[in-house]
Each structure stands twice: as C-alpha cells, then as structure tokens.
Design a protein around this ligand. Sequence first.
Ligand SMILES: Cc1ncc(COP(=O)(O)O)c(C=O)c1O
Length: 449
Amino acid sequence: MKRPISRRKFLERTSLSTAGIALSLSGAKSLYANLAKKADTPAILGGTPVRTKPFPSWPIYDDKDVEIYLDALRRKVWSEYNHNETESAVKFERKYAELMGTKFCASTNAGTTALTAALCALDVGPGDEVIVPTNTFVATAQVVFNLYALAVFVDSDPDTFMIDADLIEERINERTRAIMPVHIGGGAADMDKIMAISKKHDIPVLEDACQAHMGEWRKKRLGSVGHLGCFSFQAHKSLTSGEGGAIIGDDEALMDRCIAYKNNGRDPKRKRVYTGSNYRMTPFQVAVITGQIRRLEGQISHREKNAAYLERLFEDIPGITQCKKYPGQTRRGYYMYGMLYDKEQFNGLPRRKFTQAMHAEGIPIRGGCDTLNKDKFVEVYLNMRHFQNLFSKERLAQYWEENHCPANDVIDEETGLIFGQQVFLGTKKDMDDIAEALVKVRKNAKALI
Ligand SMILES: Cc1ncc(COP(=O)(O)O)c(C=O)c1O
C-alpha cells in the first residue's frame, strides 16, 4: 500500500524536479547545464516569463493581530507617558530587552527618533563629529547633522557592503564623539574591529541595527554589542509596528537618559531632570508589534532556510555570489539580502539590463546601494550658517576633500544586487524560480546587451 506523502516531502520532491530538471543538490554541478537546456527566449524579448506569481506580500497579519489592535482601541488609553509596569509600551520594552539579551529597552515612535535620542544620551551635539557608513538609509546621517554635528562618511567593504572597519581610524579626530556602524540589510558589520577601535580611542559605539532584528555577532544580538543599539519597526522591517523603534543597552545611566529623552525628559518619577522630546510609541503601535512579534522567530528561520538553499544554487551559477560574511556573524537578520554581480560572467551585460531582464522573468531583484556621501543633502547641511559657524573653513575643506567612497561607488554602479526580505518568506520553488531566471538571463546575455 502506498504511504501518503507529507507536504514537506512533496515540496522537496517537486521543487526543481517539476521544472523537468531532476537534480539533487549534491549533484549541483549539473544545475547550470540542466537549467540552461530548458532556457528559452527571455521574457524581455517576448518569451514566457519564469513566473507570473508574485512573491509573498508584506506585512502579514491575522485575526489575532486585529483583536490585539482593537483591544488597544477599546482600552481607551491612547497615550502612555507614566512609564510604569501597567503600560503596554513598558511591557513591550521588557519583552524586547529580554529577546535582545540586554538589561534595558526604550521604545520610540521611529528608528530615526531612537537614533536621535541615543545620540543625545551620548551627549553628541553641535561641533562634534560622528563616524557613519555611506551605504545606509539617509536617517543614519540626518540624525547627526540635525544635531549640528558632522556625519563623517566611511567607504564600504566591497565584499560585504558594510562600513569598511579598516578605514574608520583615519577619520577619527579630537571632535569624534561616536562611531555608528550600520548592520546593512541585516548582516553584521565587523564588530570585533569596531569595538577594538572604540576601546583604543575611548569613543562609544552606537549600533544602527534598524535593519538587523535578530541578527547576531558571536551569539549576541546585533544592537547589543556596542554601547547602545537602535532598531526601526517601520513597515518594511522584519519586525514592524508600521512606524516605531527602540533603543537597547546595558548601561543604566545611558539608558535612563534614553528613556527620559523620548518622554519629554521625565525620569521614572516623572521629574523633568533630563533633556528630552516626545518620541513615545503609541499604544496602537505597541498593539501592532505585540501581534507581529509572535511570528518573528518563525519568519527568520523560514528565511534562513530559503536563503541557505538559494546560496547552494548560486554555487553553480557563475557571476552571482552572496555577499561575504565576517567570521563573527553567527546569524543574519533580514531586511535586504545582498549579492554581487559579475558582469564579465554575463557576457558584459550591464547590471541595469540584467535587472530589467530579471524583472521581466518575474523576479524582484534590485541593483545598487545608498551613496549618502554624494547626496545633495550633505551640501545643504554644510552650507547652513550653523555649520559654517561651528566648523572652521579648513575642516570643511578637508571634509569635502576626503568625502569620497570609491568602493561603495562600484557597489552602487556595478556589483550590488539586492532582494527584499519577503522574497525568502515563500517556498523552495520560489528559490528555484530565481535560479531558473538567473540561468535563463545568463545564457541569453549576449542577446540582451
Ligand atoms: C539603517 C537605518 N537607519 C535608520 C532608519 C530609520 O528608521 P525609521 O524609518 O523607523 O525612522 C532606517 C529605516 O529604514 C534604516 O534602514
């Protein structure tokens, strides 16, 4: 009698083999040849696309999320500012600190405001300098400039897309008040090197972990390695409350300042003894994240499995490689997944044409990276009278002279490729489709130029 096949087994058997490829991963050497055999006219030239089905959408919610949200509405506590154990935000903070392995957490209404509060707690202000990567979301630099401090850009490591830790020290001077590595996409910056520089120069590290929920460095959560760490819970992040953020840390005095800063400077007894602003998370944001956090670990491990499978497929597709990881990265978070494109392996096909062809096949891959050092906003800040007054002509001239990030320019213009985190939330078959489209485009690269 035939035994019924489990869903997992079914997926294992059908992925790749449904495409008529009949291949085992141990025999991956035949992958390229097998896929190339069936690769016909690219969709961009009028052929049939590899897929028309969309990848999973984001965010995800169910009836339980709706219930939690409506509870917050019905409770009629629509603002929380007492910072006591009855408040939903404080309950979330306890939970997130535990998950991150830190003593303290301060929730905020955005990642940007988390970074601002953390910088203020570190006493960064007018005339100071802060080291930041160029490949990051604009907020990383904006929060520094908004405090009338100079955001000093450091070039990227071309293999990881992270800040190049070997280039940090040459940008440090007597005004440098913080180093802000960003765990871009969810992978880890080289925290061993960065923490050694921090120690040597006695400069605190504020980790911008806004994209790196649940990532790890030597088994410690990203965001908990430096002196303070910040997260974003904006809608595209792998843990979201629509808008929202958090600061984590172990240093009580520093964290007291963060907790007070986001709550108009109030200490836990509601005395206004600190500097501050209003960056509080609303109970509605807390309700959304309380629903979302139930799925966090499951979603991360699901993405991990799919990414590991795709990486094995990449091994047999010349010209596409996953970004390198530093040895201390024990787990990655998921926001963006970076890959390197080698045009020479695609018959000289420019990356823009490659991504266009992949889109036509139904694969949502993007090229490039952020290049903040070249953005117009830097000039706008530096031309403000405040910056002109706070920094000498010589310092500003030197800033412009040094403000080049050639390795990052190559990632942006030639090598950088990115998938969004939701690409990995689907099935193994989705990964097979990516491999099939890559091989199809590579095989037809000449015709696509
Ligand atoms: C690296 C990085 N820093 C800071 C932020 C700012 O977070 P938010 O959008 O929640 O203000 C983001 C958000 O995309 C980010 O990716």
